[in-house]
Design a protein around this ligand. Structure first.
Ligand SMILES: [Zn+2]
Length: 58
């Protein structure tokens, strides 16, 4: 998963693709030439916890 911060609306945009066109889902601006932003590990571990929680909740 890759992340770019849109310079037009300052919203984070996530995509699994590292090539091809990248359009901001918030303002539809072209982010193809925008540099990738590092994703914080904190967020990842939080997501992982939520996933585990959901799986265990029967
Ligand atoms: Zn945007």
């Amino acid at each position: 998963m890759n992340c770019k911060i849109c310079p037009f609306c300052q919203q984070p945009s996530y995509s699994a693709a590292t090539f091809g066109k990248w359009i901001c889902p918030h303002c539809n601006e072209d982010l193809t030439l925008v540099k990738f932003s590092p994703i914080r590990n904190d967020k990842d571990s939080t997501l992982e916890k939520q996933k585990t929680r959901k799986t265990n909740d029967h």
